[in-house]
Design a protein around this ligand. Structure first.
Ligand code: CMP
Length: 581
């Protein structure tokens, strides 16, 4: 029985069920995601009790995939992607082709057509990003060379699937009907070659935009927002960029949501603020990736296990053994070590989101029989559930290899692995160095201006963004008495002279000037002239007002200094008034 269930109910029940079953799974020493899958099955239409809105759940799941891919992108630079291309590109393509052929072969046995076989094979050939990342994260492998290769491999698979999703409708007629004879079959009246060309052009255009325009626009946008100092606006902008690019990529370029989000992340990783962006989006990522597993569970009709047990077992065997064996052999053929082969094989021995999308499309196009979709789903649920076991198996095999053929295990592929590991290490070191430089700059800021030690780290970072550097040569007048106050100056190096009626006052690095006119809203009270080559950090009036209003203690400190200076100047002008001078 179906009834209208609102978004809130779907999310609320999903979270409650997921929390309960996730916890239970953990108690049973299973990965929590098995609990989420069970929660999904219980919420789905094939089991009694509460039935959530499947369409809503699958949209929420898509959000999970988007956020997750965005997170992967944030931690993955374009350089790393290029570094692993030598293994990821041939590996993924060869694996897709071979696994698809196996799928076609299997479906031939069941008497399905070539079209059904192709959709079935393709669906089984592509692994799930969500599952892969969770598995790598749990084993602390995300940043290892093996993990990087697995993720790069998956990105290539995803790209291939984007192409497959676009081409499938165009090819449907040929596949479904008179075999391969109809050369210029049409999708919406368009010749096939043109469809392929347009698709490739769109994906290419997107990649070019992402690679060339993105690193300029996105960090600039983030900096702009970070300068406002508003935490929520920053988080919001991170999400807006991630989801905006994902959605835009799909609408304009026909790229998948996930891939769009991945590129948004890669582009954002170029920014100094990427750590904050990652930290800000993590909680949402976690919450929505749970919804992904729930929605997978909801689609599952357990009766398929009784209706077609042999087919499910065959599909599962293909996913777990067929695909892994292919991946393992490809890695070894490319002359990489056994350990990498096993990790990549275990990582890819499951299927997920793209498989459902492909299978769904296959059914809609009339290529894949409905039970094919059910078998794919069963394969997904089961392969995701036993993926930890596969990893465990891979570890056992690795130990076995190590024990049986120690010299082969240690030496085979070592050279290429070391080269890759070194290259990845260099890239990592470079980005670490960038972070260190940034930290150093912050530290220098506090060392030079102890005044800022009282504001928190976010605000210090914000100051770095707000400051505009300015320099002056000896004799140059920086502030003219009587002008309007346009900014406050912090001396990073060099020295200046504040020219008062009486003796000038010398100010050195660490000191500031130009605050009085800003605080009073009035005119400059003195001339300030450089007596050295000087470097300043300037806070303009708008930023000064905004920053000080959010840091009252800092404002008080600056105001106190301004008051002291004003008193001193009055005193100097009228030494008789107090009788002390
Ligand atoms: P403002 O009036 O905006 O421009 C001139 C600046 O000179 C002033 O702010 C102070 O920052 C600085 N200044 C004025 N009087 C003194 C003083 N006695 N000692 C140090 N700096 C001063």
């Amino acid at each position: 029985m179906h009834h209208e269930v609102s978004l809130i109910a779907t999310v609320a029940v999903s979270f409650v069920f997921a929390a309960v079953f996730g916890y239970l799974a953990d108690r049973l020493r299973l990965p929590p995601l098995v609990g989420y899958l069970v929660a999904g099955i219980l919420m789905g239409p094939f089991t009694p009790g509460f039935i959530a809105d499947g369409a809503l759940a699958s949209q929420l799941a898509e959000m999970g995939v988007i956020l997750l891919m965005f997170g992967v992108g944030l931690h993955f630079s374009a350089k790393e992607l290029l570094a692993v291309r030598g293994i990821a590109v041939p590996g993924a393509i060869a694996q897709i082709v071979l696994a698809t052929l196996l799928g076609v072969g299997l479906s031939e046995l069941w008497g399905w057509g070539i079209g059904a076989g192709l959709v079935f094979g393709l669906s089984l050939s592509v692994a799930s990003t969500v599952v892969l990342l969770k598995a790598l994260e749990e084993r602390n492998l995300v940043n290892s060379a093996n993990g990087r290769v697995a993720v790069g491999w998956l990105i290539v698979e995803d790209l291939a699937m984007v192409l497959a999703l676009v081409l499938l409708p165009a090819l449907a007629q040929i596949l479904g009907a008179q075999g391969f004879g109809a050369a210029a079959s049409a999708a919406g009246g368009m010749p096939l070659v043109l469809t392929i060309a347009i698709t490739l052009l769109k994906v290419g255009a997107f990649a070019v935009m992402a690679i060339f325009l993105g690193p300029k626009v996105v960090p600039w946008l983030l900096t702009l927002v970070a300068r406002t100092g508003s935490q929520e606006l920053f988080t919001l902008s991170v999400l807006a960029i991630a989801l905006g690019i994902a959605f835009g990529a799909t609408e304009i370029f026909g790229v998948s949501f996930a891939l769009g989000a991945f590129f948004a992340g890669v582009v954002m990783s170029e920014s100094n603020l990427s750590h904050r962006a990652a930290a800000d989006s993590l909680p949402l990522q976690n919450a929505f990736s749970v919804l992904f597993f729930i929605s997978v569970g909801m689609l599952f009709d357990p009766s398929i296990l009784l209706r077609e047990p042999m087919a499910v077992i065959a599909a599962l065997a293909l996913i777990i053994f067929g695909k892994s064996l292919i991946a393992f052999c490809i890695v070894l053929l490319l002359r990489f070590p056994v350990g990498m082969g096993l990790t990549v094989a275990a990582s890819l021995a499951q299927i997920g989101e793209f498989s459902f999308i492909l299978a769904g499309l296959g059914v809609t196009l009339g290529l894949l029989p409905r039970e094919g979709q059910d078998i794919i789903l069963a394969g997904a649920i089961l392969s995701i559930t036993i993926n930890p076991l596969v990893f465990w198996g891979a570890e056992v095999l690795e130990k076995g290899f190590h024990y049986k053929w120690p010299s082969f295990f240690a030496s085979y592929g070592k050279k290429r692995h070391d080269v890759l590991a070194r290259e990845l290490g260099d890239i990592r070191a470079l980005s670490d160095e960038r972070n260190r430089q940034h930290q150093l700059k912050m530290q220098q800021l506090i060392d030079t201006f102890p005044l800022f030690a009282q504001v928190d780290e976010h605000s210090q970072e914000e100051l770095l963004l707000l400051f505009k550097p300015k320099s002056a040569s000896p004799g140059e007048r920086i502030i003219r008495i009587g002008d309007r106050g346009d900014g406050m100056y912090f001396i990073a190096s060099g020295a200046v002279e504040v020219q008062l009626d009486s003796d000038p006052v010398r100010l050195e690095p660490g000191a500031f000037f130009g605050e009085m006119a800003l605080l009073s809203g009035g005119r400059r009270t003195a001339d300030v002239v450089a007596i050295d080559f000087c470097e300043f950090l300037v806070l303009d009036r708008r930023d000064f007002n905004m920053f000080m209003s959010r840091h009252p203690a800092l404002r008080t400190a600056v105001s106190n200094m301004a008051r002291e200076r004003a008193e001193m100047n009055t005193l100097r002008r009228n030494p008789d008034k107090t009788g002390t001078d």
